[in-house]
Write a protein of this length. Structure first.
Length: 40
């Protein structure tokens, strides 16, 4: 589990008012790695 201090709900919505590029990229990479590991 990862926490992204200073971010808000929907921080990964590109173009949104609270978009946080660094956190969004990290969260996406973690998500994809999780799927690869557990779903193949």
């Amino acid at each position: 589990m990862a926490f992204y201090p200073g971010t808000y709900h929907a921080f990964a919505t590109e173009g949104g008012p609270v978009y946080n590029e660094a956190a969004a990229k990290d969260a996406w990479e973690r998500t994809v790695n999780f799927f690869r590991k557990y779903l193949g």
